[in-house]
Design a protein around this ligand. Structure first.
Ligand SMILES: NC(=O)c1ccc[n+]([C@@H]2O[C@H](COP(=O)([O-])OP(=O)(O)OC[C@H]3O[C@@H](n4cnc5c(N)ncnc54)[C@H](OP(=O)(O)O)[C@@H]3O)[C@@H](O)[C@H]2O)c1
Length: 270
């Protein structure tokens, strides 16, 4: 039977690598029409060629999510091409991954801008379109680090807790409007987001071991599933939900345990 979600129009920010590119390839198989947005044009064009070869349609719009005019241009280009927007996958992000004491102030601002402010602004430029349509789905890519705050990831956790809070508030603001809002919270996935995860993605022998690692194709499958069946929040891998509940209900236990796993490693390295 033909999937009723086939042919949806989806904007993917951060489509030039990692999770965004994997989602584009996954959705192409369902014949989706995809606006691919990020800064690296060559990488976007490479993903677009793969999307077209897999049966999807792709529109490349070079976009820096920190620039509101470029976000407007991304939305307008999508409307000019396909006339409507079904899904915004608010995925662009980065992780400078430093102990706070070693963070350069401009890097703090940049990380908060890309991971949180741009997610809010991107939703804000897409929402008028979805309100006119009386339908749409915004998926904000947060992280398990936006539910369990990790030592060595202060700025990243601050930004991703922000994305979770923003998503919950926005969902309540648009309750009953026909617009769905989801927060997507993955754990470790081998992509280019950090040197450690990049080493794993490249299969390097010196790559570190990280807990609960998921293939990027599995993460993409879960986003494709979320598009078919919208939910408030998805946490993967599912086993981490238990830790999220423990950290929420018993923060003292999390305070004692998390530094044992994470802080020494980061203190040694950076
Ligand atoms: N990998 C993980 O373990 C993990 C876990 C939890 C959550 N996440 C989240 O998943 C999302 C995707 O990350 P990833 O793991 O796939 O990392 P990635 O491979 O480094 O991809 C990040 C994407 O964001 C884009 N981006 C960064 N800054 C941008 C800007 N100013 N304007 C436009 N695009 C920008 C990059 O494109 P350009 O450089 O070409 O602009 C790239 O396409 C992020 O929000 C990340 O926080 C990842």
């Amino acid at each position: 039977m033909k999937d009723p979600t086939n042919g949806k129009v989806i904007i993917i920010t951060g489509a030039s690598s990692g999770i965004g590119a994997a989602v584009a390839r996954r959705l192409a198989r369902d014949g989706m029409r995809l606006t691919l947005a990020a800064r690296r044009l060559d990488r976007l064009e490479q993903v677009a060629a793969e999307v077209e070869a897999l049966g999807g349609e792709a529109l490349v719009v070079q976009t820096d999510v920190r620039n509101r005019d470029e976000l407007q241009r991304m939305v307008q280009a999508t409307l000019d091409r396909w006339g409507h927007i079904d899904v915004l996958l608010n995925n662009a992000g980065l992780d400078h991954d430093r102990l706070l004491i070693r963070f350069k102030p401009e890097k703090i601002r940049d990380e908060i801008h890309i991971n949180l402010i741009a997610v809010i602004e991107c939703a804000q430029v897409v929402l008028p379109v979805m309100l006119r349509q009386k339908s749409g789905h915004i998926i904000n890519v947060a992280s398990i680090a936006g539910l369990i705050a990790t030592p060595g990831g202060t700025v990243y956790s601050a930004s991703k807790f922000g994305v979770n809070g923003f998503s919950d508030a926005l969902r309540r603001e648009f309750h009953g409007s026909g617009i769905q809002i989801s927060a997507f919270c993955p754990g470790y996935t081998p992509t280019e987001i950090s040197p450690e995860l990049k080493a794993i993605a490249e299969g390097r022998p010196d790559a570190p071991r990280v807990p609960g690692l998921m293939p990027v194709t599995y993460v993409a499958d879960q986003i494709a599933r979320l598009i078919r069946h919208p939910r408030r929040r998805v946490i993967i891998p599912p086993g981490w939900k238990f830790l999220v509940i423990i950290a929420f209900l018993f923060p003292g236990i999390a305070d004692a345990l998390l530094p044992l796993f994470l802080k020494k490693e980061k203190t040694d390295k950076k």
